[in-house]
Design a protein around this ligand. Structure first.
Ligand SMILES: [Cu+2]
Length: 314
């Protein structure tokens, strides 16, 4: 990530971010000037009109038409500027350019899934062409989530049973952080993703190849790619830390591995295979049986690659 942002705003990474920030700073500086002016006048008047003796009676105050008009007209003009400026930006943000590249986004507890027009899918990583408008068509598989990319200054709720959308144009080839900003359960704070923007040609190659070709990689590396692409990373760490599911580190070959039904197993290839294809068959002690059953239709190569990757994590 290039630019680090300021005290007030995070780095700016989209075509519209600069304009949004300009409006923010306009409101900010107007507020600063008014605040300083009001406080200074207050302090000065407190001193100037202080009571000098117990017998002092103040002169009656007469209104000043000029003064009153000034403090009605000037704020009205400022507020109208902010309104027009803000409303135009709001429309720009709300309506995607017609040539925008469309990507489907699904939010679910607790990951983000992205699907491209040719069927390529990724989890936790949104790859986009830089300097081209991208429109996200979003929905949720369960509860309400919210898609937030601070660097792009876009945030939009993602709802079940309804589409919402958001668009942006990444201003450079870079990576940007995505957050979920609607509290959605225990792993809400871990519902993260990255936007990876790249030049159009690299992006085209990437989408064509289905998001990086698995066949050309050694099994453990293909497994590592699948681990993030299939969303295993949303629930399983590879560094020993506990997430929704157990860590993969040191799992392979573990003896006396305790199951919820009281039995123990050896975590060999067959056990790993069954854990992926039929997660409900043997549930690890101390963990909920929440691993999706949808991995049952992974291909033989994919399962082997995942197992090879888990084996490599000793
Ligand atoms: Cu969420």
């Amino acid at each position: 990530m290039g630019d680090k942002g300021t005290v007030w705003l995070p780095e700016a990474g989209s075509a519209l971010a600069g304009e949004i920030d300009a409006l923010f700073y306009f409101v900010y500086w107007v507020s600063v000037v008014i605040f300083v002016g009001v406080v200074a006048a207050m302090v000065y008047f407190t001193w100037k009109y202080r009571r000098r003796s117990a017998a002092e009676r103040p002169e009656p105050v007469h209104e000043s038409k000029l003064l009153e008009m000034t403090w009605i007209v000037v704020p009205t003009i400022l507020v109208l500027i902010v309104f027009t400026w803000g409303f135009r930006l709001y429309l720009d943000l709300g309506v995607a350019p017609p040539d925008a590249y469309e990507i489907r986004v699904t939010g679910k507890k607790w990951l983000w899934e992205f699907e491209y027009p040719n069927g390529t899918t990724t989890v936790g990583e949104l790859v986009v062409p830089a300097n081209r408008p991208v429109k996200l068509q979003m929905s949720s598989e369960d509860v309400i989530h919210s898609f937030f990319v601070p660097a792009f200054r876009v945030k939009q709720d993602v709802l079940p049973n309804r589409y919402t959308s958001v668009w942006f144009e990444a201003a450079r080839a870079d990576t940007f952080q995505v957050f979920c900003t609607e509290y959605c359960g225990t792993q809400h704070s871990g519902m993260l993703a990255r936007v990876v923007s790249m030049p159009q040609e690299s992006f085209d190659d990437w989408v064509e190849s289905g998001g990086g070709s698995l066949e050309e990689l050694p099994p453990a590396e293909a497994g590592e790619l699948l681990y993030s692409r299939l969303g295993c990373n949303a629930c399983h760490s590879v560094d020993g830390s506990r997430m929704v599911g157990p860590t993969f580190q040191g799992l392979y070959g573990k003896e006396g591995h305790a199951m919820a039904d009281g039995s123990t197993v050896v975590a060999d290839e067959n056990y790993l295979r069954q854990s992926i294809l039929q997660p409900g068959a043997q549930v690890v002690e101390g963990y909920p049986n929440v691993m999706p059953a949808s991995y049952a239709n992974l291909t033989e190569d994919e399962v082997s690659a995942l197992i090879a990757y888990i084996e490599s994590l000793q």
